[in-house]
Design a protein around this ligand. Structure first.
Ligand code: SD4
Length: 332
């Protein structure tokens, strides 16, 4: 890939967002051009197609001059409360013992961050993470402590295991004899989001029930600042989805922000992080990872190890699902 994706095409403040394709061969191709109004407008990106709905809610906040941080919380709340999404909040697939355990984190433009891990029975973990950030001297609360903190702060005890998720778990126990399913190209839909507000501030967050049928106590990348998300308001933000164990090993989101600091576009930085995923994992089979990133100028990018990853883009004019560029074509 030769150059960055965002170019000016006119003298009237009009710009074009060019999302270019990077195939494993290294060929560059222009995939599509989305005209947008100006560089300072608000925008939001989030992982997977469920991001379309989350972006809408985030965009409402941004349109009303709200902060990127509020947009992230409101956007992610929508998916956490949606029982149809099997990787997040209510309806999330449980661990091997049948307990839905949640990981989430949030970060603002001033390096403030909050996180919860192994939280159970709370519908909106991203809001608990925000409370940890704003109302405690800590960054991360976990397990029972996180639950007790949530209860003290007015969150409601909620059963997150829906009939559908319970049924899937029971079938898994019988059919797979407790063998963990791989996080591959199609079986995950954790939501991670980046928003840019009218003040030019970024925020990011991520929320998930993690790897379906994981070992009891397992925590993934999603609540780990630097792995699941990272943000430096002078540079940009990045976040991740996919196999948390692989993302943690390379501090995925932090790596991307540092690469952007060193001059790479969001797209180039995501691609480079996927190269590191390849280098740091001997067995790439059944290991999907996808990154999305946005820099301070509002340029966006994404890259995944395998085909099949997509992300939702929304600005004041349009909402769109974009197929991510990737390294390897998935073949069953
Ligand atoms: C995890 N990264 O717990 C999460 C899973 C994920 O879409 O992203 N699923 O490892």
């Amino acid at each position: 890939m030769k150059r960055r994706e965002f170019v000016k095409i006119g003298g009237l403040g009009t710009t074009a967002l060019i999302i270019d394709g990077c195939k494993a061969s290294g060929n560059t191709e222009i995939k599509e051009i989305l005209p947008i109004a100006n560089l300072n407008q608000t925008k939001v990106i989030s992982t997977w197609s469920s991001g379309l709905k989350a972006n809408q809610s985030a965009n409402k906040v941004l349109k009303n001059n709200g902060s990127a941080l509020d947009a992230i919380e409101k956007g992610l709340n929508v998916i956490e409360s949606d029982p149809e999404n099997s990787s997040v909040g209510i309806g999330g697939l449980p661990d091997a013992n049948g307990n839905v355990t949640l990981d989430a984190c949030i970060m603002d433009h001033e390096f403030n961050c909050g996180s919860i891990s192994y939280l159970q029975n709370i519908e909106n973990p991203i809001s608990v993470a925000r409370k940890v950030m704003e109302d405690t001297p800590h960054v991360m609360l976990s397990g029972e402590g996180a639950y007790n903190f949530a209860m003290k702060n007015g969150f409601k005890h909620t059963n997150l295991l829906t009939e559908n998720s319970k049924k899937s778990w029971e079938e898994w126990k019988i059919e797979n004899n407790y063998k963990l399913p791989a996080i591959n190209h199609e079986n995950h839909d954790t939501i991670a989001m980046i928003a840019l507000d009218h003040q030019g501030n970024l925020a990011t967050g991520c929320t998930t029930s993690g790897w379906a049928y994981k070992m009891e106590g397992r925590v993934g990348d999603s609540p780990i600042i630097g792995a699941g998300v990272y943000l430096d308001n002078e540079v940009g933000a990045a976040c991740a989805t996919g196999l948390g164990e692989a993302i943690i090993k390379i501090c995925g989101s932090h790596t991307i922000v540092e690469l952007m600091r060193n001059g790479l576009s969001p797209q180039q930085a995501c691609k480079s992080a996927i190269e590191r995923i390849k280098k740091s994992n001997k067995n790439l089979k059944d290991l999907q990872v996808g990154f999305i990133a946005m820099n301070k100028e509002g340029e966006i990018g994404s890259y995944s190890l395998y085909s099949g990853f997509n992300y939702a883009y929304q600005d004041i004019q349009r909402s769109k699902l974009i197929d991510s560029q990737y390294d390897i074509e998935w073949k069953d």
